[in-house]
Design a protein around this ligand. Structure first.
Ligand SMILES: O=C(O)CCC(=O)C(=O)O
Ligand SMILES: [Fe+2]
Length: 861
């Protein structure tokens, strides 16, 4: 925080802000609503508070000069954007936020200049509500946020009713400009902030190197300041300016003058004097550090002579003329001055100058890379022959340079998978690249591989003397705007003082003669594309996964809507809601409903034909305190199947039930692993057997109640039955055995054992229905059952009474639900709800029976 960075010129600046910029301020929308605060934006398109602000390349000279001043005075990045906030008074605030928009990249440096009323600026850690740090931001102050500030902290300027005056805040940012060169501002639309003002390349990483670099820069500044103060004693600062150091500020001033009034010019001139930062080394006549200094008479004359123009009045023609003419030594020097002193002319944004003043070079827009520079034949085809126009990588105007290495081990694999393969199959549309994505990539640091972001440096800054330290002339001469321009490249990560002259480059990634992380590097291009495609693939896979998850429900690949017979999609919530009102039928209806109805019908039939008195009910049994009965009825004994195809399927109107049970069984079986199925199977067999053996006699003490069909009793399995079972006069019913085998045996596919499945279904209903009822319901089907249908038809008196049957069926349903839950066919909550539903059904059915007077006596059981 620099409390009085702008010295005493804050009032003049405020006046310009109010007179010339405030009128353009607008209410930005966040989350669809306009904010009370008004803003003005200069720079490329930017996402602010989640909403896009369109690009504004029409920079106001004041803002430009402030950006330049920040760059020179504080070695801050060459900002390419500025957000101006107008706080009318203390009622206007900026809420808690971090400036962590993707355009800013990781760890952005943001310079915030405050003008006007003093306001409190607060910071707090993300996720906390406690203010951790506060600072009164005085008029003319500079606050720099950098490093991890935006990733760890939030900041805000809260409402302060005491404040009655206007405050203006300017935050300078360096955003990633995604525009391709053709879209970039040219000539009068140019963004003057890209104007390089010196050649020291700074980097905002908070690593040791950057700290060291920063310290060295500061030390150098100190040295300069000291040498300046030593040599400038008794002299006006302005008179120290070397003749060739025609300041950008002068141009700004002139530009400004052309746009505003003389008095403003004077104000700014005055401001410049007060804002004067360190001087450049006096021995360096070509030094192009640009300072906010007032023009001397000589300089003013020179400006007039060279017709320095402002940003809005480009002189592309004159510049081109100059460039195309042979130059004498003095002309060269003149050109050199011109280039330096015309920051706002057509090509000034990307000016280049050689380190050799005797050989003037064309100035050229640099900073962006021309993609078709690649030497690799494939690349060459992609970009030059335009065989695959879908692939388009936007050029960027920033340079990446760092000492990163691409890990080559993974590279060929990715290369084949992501680049070559899609090309071969021409399936590249889906990979269309429209913008460069920031991607973490593994780099080598010492012996270790680490993941890090590419270090994005400021654009090339050019200075005649310093050029060789940082830049090399590209061997490529690329025609731009009809003229051959010289392109310069930045070197790898370096500090200027350490940088040897005449350095030869050898890219650590490809061995080519260019800096590492140069876009010209084939490997870098590939790595960038790979990273982008990987990101695309990841996003696609995530979407796919999410979609599948959404589709997954208790019915596997069927949607819930399909399962419930409801047109269109159906959410779980909706499926569960109507469950209570009947929509659940397709799942459980055939089990619970039809049997409830059947039980009621059976009871009705029984009471109608009450010739014989109902058998005695077990003395101490009631419906709900009869767990043994429930268990056994839910888990019928698992017995070796009798010849199942000898069991016919009586048509009792339960096709839906068959379907439901079938699909549940199939899916359960498919989802479980083989081992798990075996385990469950054997456990279940054991359980069934145990239940049968232990509980049946207790639950149903009268063996004659279990008089099964004569056919079944004569089956080959009789000898394997437990003693009690043997005691049953009729033996086990074929249907029960078949059901058990079909329902439990995981290897049994209903499709391949239709008879077993049908039997399984039929057993649900057959015992419920007394023969009379069964015949009444579906006499034709039962009677006409082929072959062994007669087996069922000959069923002895009802095995279970209505109550026991209800419970038995309920337990079958519960057991299915359990199976569904454990087989991951549905989640536990749904299984639970279904179970509750079954219990409700059971209680309902029982009370219905009760209401019909069918609750007493052995017949009910
Ligand atoms: O007005 C200020 O001091 C803060 C402005 C700010 O945080 C922003 O524009 O993102
Ligand atoms: Fe902010």
């Amino acid at each position: 925080y620099h409390p009085s960075a702008l010295k005493n010129c804050d009032n003049q600046i405020l006046k310009i802000l109010v007179d010339e910029i405030q009128a353009k301020a607008f209410h930005h929308h966040t989350n669809g609503r306009p904010e009370a605060r008004k803003i003005v934006w200069f720079g490329p398109e930017y996402t602010y508070g989640g909403t896009k602000i369109s690009a504004n390349d029409n920079w106001h000279p004041l803002v430009t000069s402030l950006a330049t001043w920040l760059r020179v005075e504080y070695q801050l990045p060459v900002f390419n954007s500025c957000l101006i906030n107008f706080y009318k008074d203390g009622s206007i605030n900026i809420p808690w936020h971090s400036d962590d928009e993707v355009e800013l990249g990781p760890n952005p440096t943001i310079a915030s200049i405050s003008i006007g009323a003093t306001r409190d600026f607060h910071m707090r850690p993300k996720g906390s509500t406690n203010i951790a740090w506060s600072q009164r931001l005085a008029s003319g102050s500079l606050l720099v946020m950098s490093g991890a500030t935006q990733s760890h902290l939030q900041h805000a300027v809260l409402k302060d009713p005491k404040v009655k005056e206007l405050r203006v805040n300017l935050t300078f940012r360096l955003t990633h400009d995604a525009r391709i060169p053709e879209e970039l501002p040219v000539s009068d639309q140019a963004n003057p902030c890209i104007q390089p003002v010196d050649n020291s390349i700074t980097c905002d990483l908070d690593d040791e190197d950057s700290v060291r670099r920063r310290a060295e820069l500061e030390a150098e500044n100190l040295r300069r300041i000291r040498s300046r103060s030593n040599s400038s004693t008794g002299r006006k600062p302005s008179s120290q300016q070397p003749t060739t150091q025609i300041s950008q500020q002068n141009n700004m001033q002139i530009a400004h003058e052309q746009q505003s009034t003389i008095s403003k010019h004077n104000l700014q001139q005055q401001a410049s004097m007060q804002m004067q930062p360190q001087q450049p080394p006096s021995d360096n006549s070509q030094q192009t550090l640009i300072h906010l200094t007032p023009p001397t008479t000589t300089q003013q004359q020179q400006q007039t002579e060279t017709k320095t123009t402002c940003n809005s009045q480009p002189s592309q023609t004159s510049q081109n003329n100059q460039l195309n003419q042979p130059k004498t030594q003095s002309q060269t020097s003149q050109l050199s001055s011109n280039l330096t002193s015309q920051p706002n002319t057509a090509s000034s944004n990307y000016q280049l100058r050689t380190n050799d003043n005797s050989k003037p070079k064309n100035s050229a827009p640099v900073i962006f890379e021309i993609e078709h520079e690649g030497k690799d034949p494939i690349k060459f085809e992609w970009f030059l022959k335009n065989n695959f126009p879908e692939i388009r990588i936007k050029s960027v105007k920033d340079l990446y340079h760092s000492s990163g290495y691409i890990v080559t081990r993974e590279h060929p694999k990715d290369y084949n998978k992501l680049l070559t393969a899609p090309l071969k199959t021409n399936k590249i549309n889906e990979f269309e690249i429209t913008r460069r994505m920031a991607a973490k990539r593994p780099v080598k640091q010492g012996d270790d591989q680490v993941y890090c972001f590419i270090v994005k440096h400021v654009p090339i800054a050019v200075d005649a003397k310093e050029l060789a330290k940082h830049l090399v002339e590209s061997e490529q001469q690329i025609p731009i705007d009809g003229a051959v321009r010289i392109i310069y490249k930045a070197t790898g990560e370096h500090f200027s003082a350490d940088c040897p002259k005449d350095r030869k480059f050898e890219c650590a990634n490809c061995g080519g003669e260019h800096p590492q992380f140069s876009f010209k590097c084939q490997k870098i291009k590939e790595a960038n594309e790979i990273a982008t495609r990987k990101a695309h693939e990841k996003i696609r896979a995530q979407r796919e996964e999410a979609k599948q998850k959404q589709n997954q429900n208790i019915f596997g690949s069927r949607s819930l809507g399909e399962a419930f017979g409801v047109p269109g999609p159906l959410s779980y919530a909706d499926a569960m809601r109507p469950m209570r009102t009947g929509l659940i039928k397709p799942i459980l209806g055939p089990i619970a409903y039809s049997n409830r109805a059947a039980a009621a019908a059976a009871a009705a039939a029984a009471s109608a034909a009450s010739d014989a008195p109902p058998a005695e009910a077990p003395a101490n049994r009631t419906a709900l305190t009869n767990p043994a009965a429930i268990q056994i009825s839910a888990n019928p004994p698992t017995l070796p199947a009798v010849a199942s195809d000898s069991v016919a399927a009586p048509n009792l109107g339960v096709e839906n039930a068959n379907d439901t049970r079938k699909s549940i069984a199939i899916r359960a079986h498919r989802l479980a692993t083989e081992r798990e199925r075996e385990r469950v199977h054997s456990l279940r067999q054991q359980y069934d057997y145990d239940c049968y053996q232990q509980n049946l006699p207790e639950a149903f003490p009268r063996p004659q109640q279990f008089s099964y069909s004569a056919a079944a009793s004569r089956s080959a399995v009789t000898s394997q039955l437990p003693p009690m079972y043997n005691a049953c006069p009729a033996g086990p019913p074929a249907a029960v055995s078949a059901m058990a085998s079909a329902a439990v045996d995981p290897a049994t596919e209903p499709a391949s054992h239709p008879a077993a499945v049908q039997a399984m279904a039929s057993v649900e209903v057959v015992p419920v229905l007394a023969p009379a009822v069964a015949q009444a319901t579906a006499p034709a089907a039962v009677a006409s059952g082929a072959g062994s249908a007669s087996t069922v038809n000959q069923t002895e008196p009802v095995t279970y009474g209505p109550k026991a049957n209800i419970l038995r069926l309920a337990m079958r349903a519960l057991s299915s639900i359990l199976e569904m839950g454990s087989g991951l066919l549905c989640d536990a909550q749904i299984a639970g709800e279904l179970a509750v539903h079954v219990v409700i059904e059971v209680l309902g059915s029982l009370s219905e029976l009760q209401g019909q007077g069918a609750d007493g006596g052995a017949a009910a059981w």
